[in-house]
Design a protein around this ligand. Sequence first.
Ligand SMILES: NC(=O)C1=CN([C@@H]2O[C@H](COP(=O)(O)OP(=O)(O)OC[C@H]3O[C@@H](n4cnc5c(N)ncnc54)[C@H](OP(=O)(O)O)[C@@H]3O)[C@@H](O)[C@H]2O)C=CC1
Ligand SMILES: O=C(O)[C@@H]1CCC=N1
Length: 272
Amino acid sequence: MEQYKGRIAILGSGNIGLSLAKGLVKSGYVQAGQICLTRRNASKLKTFEQQGFVVGSDNAAAVAAADIVVLAVLPQQLNLLLNEINPSVDAKKHLIISVASGVSCKDIRSKLNTEVQVVRAMPNTAIAIGQSMTCMATDNAATVHLEEVTRMFETVGSVVKINEDLMTSATALCACGIAFFLRAIRAASQGGVEIGFHADEALKMAVQTAKGAADLLLQMQSHPEQEIDKVTSPKGCTIAGLNEMEHNGFSSSLIKGIKLSAVKAGDLYTKE
Ligand SMILES: NC(=O)C1=CN([C@@H]2O[C@H](COP(=O)(O)OP(=O)(O)OC[C@H]3O[C@@H](n4cnc5c(N)ncnc54)[C@H](OP(=O)(O)O)[C@@H]3O)[C@@H](O)[C@H]2O)C=CC1
Ligand SMILES: O=C(O)[C@@H]1CCC=N1
């Protein structure tokens, strides 16, 4: 893979900003020294500085030194940040990537005095280990820039390009979604403890079983129900457990949670 030659500013180096930074370096897309990480409390970035990242609190300086600018603050923090960097953004030089939930490309441009190109990306925290599901959308980025952003996120997982009006749905299904599956694994391990395993072995068993389920679907390209049919022996214990879960609203609760998250994701910026 060809290494990216430019410089990236990640403004808002919290959970997702740092996960992205780690993933991009781990994948070899860039070296740590090509990434500038900012947050207001930059003293919390000391370990990243020791790993070779450029760190600081001066967003305008970070933008001036970069060609790709990643906006990774909370939606409620974004307007202040955009006001701060506005004088430093140059449409001819910069490409903006925003991972903020519920903020449109148009919203971002409306706060910057320029027709700068904006791409929205919605990764999840598995980006730190190159396993993100990242959804991407833009309303004005040139093909060449969209291709570069695609290449960037493909080094740290899978990428799907979607219409911008589906970005909040993508937030719920993929970005929040990783938490939903993690909770399911945790619940399975708690069940495992009740039926006789120590917590550490129950967790290991639940994790590997979940990984096997996901890999089956990825590698066989099959539908979950096809794989479930292979597990459920007639009058067996799997269908008994599965039906008990459904009587208690397993699928329904996941669907309802995803729907609520999608509504909330759309409201985070506008109802701050
Ligand atoms: N967490 C996730 O899994 C995902 C999050 N997102 C989106 O990413 C964004 C960030 O979320 P998340 O990482 O969870 O939030 P965090 O609170 O962990 O990170 C936000 C960071 O922004 C910093 N920050 C706030 N204001 C400024 C500023 N003016 N200049 C520079 N840094 C600033 C904060 O540090 P300090 O207080 O020191 O400034 C903080 O470290 C949100 O918009 C969210 O919707 C998208 C996909 C997944
Ligand atoms: O919980 C949140 O609001 C953010 C957006 C997607 C994942 N975390």
